[in-house]
Ligand binder design. Structure first.
Ligand code: RFL
Ligand code: PHB
Length: 389
C-alpha cells in the first residue's frame, strides 16, 4: 500500500489534519488502534476557540456545531465566596464555542467517511520505520494480518502515549515537564447547567469547575488527590463536595442527578522539542500536554494541524520545503504561550499541598486584581479565547 501522508491517531488532531489535507488534494490513511466507538466514548474537552471553530468551518463541517453549540461571551471566576464575570466579547471582541470534543470527533469522522478517505480502526502494533529517510514506512496488523504502508510523510497525531514520539532517536528531543500534585474528578450528568456560563472556582477545599455540553447536560469537575479512585466518590459525595466549593447561590440552585460518566484525570504540562524529525511530524498531545484549566489542549491540536496542513500543502503544490522546515518553530511558538497560560491558571486556581495561608492570600489578591483591572481582564480574555494563528 502507498499513500502520501500516513496519519497515526484518529483524535481531533489526526482527523482534522486529514480533512485539511483532503482539501489540499493530499491523500492520507488514518491508523487508529482503538475502535470508532471507543474513540467517541471518551469525554474530554468542551471549549473551542474561535480559530478552531474557523477550521471546522473551513473543512465544511461546522454546520452542526453552529446549530447545537453554545457560543459563550464570557466566564465567571468564583473566589472568596463571590462570583465575578470576565466578558470576553467586551475585552477582545471574540467569543468561545462550547461544543464537546466527542461531537467534534463525530463530525470529523462523518466528514472523512463522506469523502471516502480511509481509516483503519483497531490497527494493532502500529510501528514507524525509516523516518530519517525520504521513504518512510508504517507497519501494523489488522485482524491478525500484517500490512505495510509506504508514504512521503508520517503525522504522529497519536496522543501522549502513542508510538510516534518514542520513534524519534534518543537524544534528539528535549522535553520539558511539570507534573501537578492533584487531579480532576469529572462527572457528566443529564441535568441543566447551574449557570449560563462556565464557573471556575478557587476554594480553600480545592478547585471546582462548572461546565456543560448542552442546555440539558452538565459537566462538573473538582480537584482531587492523585491517590483517590472514582469508586470512592459516590454521586452524593461528589455533589456535596462541589456545592461546598461554590458560592451560595450556585450551591443552592444547582440541579443534581445521577452521573452518566465519572473519571479522574491527572494534570501535567509537557512539551517535546522539536516537533519534527526527518519525515515525521508530531501534532497535538503527542508533542505537548497542558493541564485542562485553560481549555487549551484540543485547540492546540487544531492550531498545530493548521500549520502542518499548510506546510504539507505547500510542499506538494509549490514543491517547496520552506513550510515543513518552519513547522516545528512556528507551532512551538504558539504552544509555549498556551502552556504558560494553562500553567498560570492552574497555579492561580488550585490548592497545592503544603501551601501556607500566605499562598492562598496571594491567589485571592491576584484574582481580585484580575477581576477589577481592565488590563488584567483583557490579558486573561485574550489568552482564553485563543491567541491568533
Ligand atoms: P487524542 O485525542 O489523545 O488522540 C490520539 C489518538 O491516537 C490514538 N492512538 C493510537 N493510534 C494508533 N496506534 C497507536 N499505538 C495509538 N496510540 C494512541 C488514540 O487512541 C487516539 O484516538 O490526541 P489529539 O488528537 O492530539 O487531541 C488532543 C485532545 O484530545 C486533548 O488535548 C484535549 O482533550 C485536552 N482537554 C481539553 N482541551 C481543550 O482544548 N479544551 C478543554 O476544555 C479540554 N478539557 C481535556 C479537557 C482533556 C481532559 N482529559 C481527560 C485529559 C478535559 C479533560 C478532563
Ligand atoms: C469541559 O467542559 O470539559 C471543560 C471546560 C473548560 C475547561 C476544561 C474542561 O477549562
Amino acid at each position: 500500500m502507498r499513500t502520501q501522508v500516513v496519519i497515526i491517531g484518529s483524535g481531533p488532531a489526526g482527523l482534522l489534519l486529514g480533512q485539511l489535507l483532503h482539501r489540499r488534494g493530499v491523500d492520507t490513511i488514518v491508523l487508529e488502534n482503538r475502535s470508532r466507538d471507543y474513540v467517541l466514548g471518551r469525554i474530554r474537552a468542551g471549549v473551542l476557540e474561535q480559530g478552531t471553530v474557523a477550521l471546522l468551518d473551513e473543512v465544511g463541517l461546522g454546520a452542526r456545531m453552529h446549530r447545537e453549540g453554545l457560543p459563550h461571551d464570557g466566564t465567571e471566576l468564583c473566589f472568596d465566596g463571590r462570583r465575578h464575570r470576565i466578558d470576553f466579547k467586551e475585552q477582545t471582541g471574540t467569543t468561545v464555542m462550547v461544543y464537546g470534543q466527542t461531537e467534534v470527533t463525530r463530525d470529523l469522522m462523518d466528514g472523512r467517511a463522506a469523502v471516502g478517505a480511509p481509516t483503519v480502526y483497531e490497527a494493532d502494533g502500529v510501528a514507524l520505520h525509516d523516518i530519517a529517510t525520504d521513504h518512510p514506512r508504517v507497519t501494523y496488523s489488522k485482524d491478525g494480518v500484517s500490512h505495510e504502508i509506504q508514504c512521503d510523510f508520517i503525522a504522529g497525531c497519536d496522543g501522549f502515549h502513542g508510538p510516534s514520539r518514542p520513534a524519534i532517536p534518543v537524544g534528539v528531543l528535549k522535553t520539558y515537564e511539570r507534573v501537578y500534585p492533584f487531579g480532576w474528578l469529572g462527572i457528566l450528568s443529564e441535568t441543566p447547567p447551574v449557570s449560563d456560563e462556565l464557573i471556575y472556582a478557587n476554594h480553600e477545599r480545592g478547585f471546582a469547575l462548572c461546565s456543560m455540553r448542552s442546555k440539558t447536560r452538565s459537566r462538573y469537575y473538582i480537584q482531587c488527590r492523585l491517590d483517590e479512585k472514582e469508586e470512592e466518590w459516590s454521586d452524593g459525595r461528589f455533589w456535596d463536595e462541589l456545592k461546598r466549593r461554590l458560592d451560595e447561590k450556585a450551591a443552592s440552585t444547582i440541579v443534581t442527578g445521577p452521573s452518566i460518566e465519572k473519571s479522574i484525570a491527572p494534570l501535567r504540562s509537557f512539551v517535546a522539542e522539536p516537533m519534527r524529525f526527518g519525515r515525521l511530524f508530531l501534532a497535538g498531545d503527542s508533542a505537548h500536554i497542558v493541564p485542562p484549566t485553560g481549555a487549551k489542549g484540543l485547540n492546540l491540536a487544531a492550531s498545530d494541524v493548521h500549520y502542518l496542513a499548510n506546510a504539507l500543502g505547500e510542499y506538494y503544490s509549490a514543491k517547496s520545503s520552506a513550510g515543513i522546515d518552519h513547522y516545528s518553530q512556528q507551532a512551538l511558538s504558539r504552544v509555549w504561550k498556551a502552556v504558560r497560560f494553562s500553567w498560570w491558571m492552574t497555579n492561580l486556581m488550585h490548592r497545592f499541598p503544603n501551601t501556607e495561608p500566605f499562598d492562598y492570600k496571594m491567589q485571592v489578591a491576584e484574582l481580585d486584581y484580575l477581576v477589577h483591572s481592565k488590563a488584567a481582564m483583557t490579558s486573561m480574555a485574550e489568552n482564553y479565547v485563543g491567541l491568533p494563528f
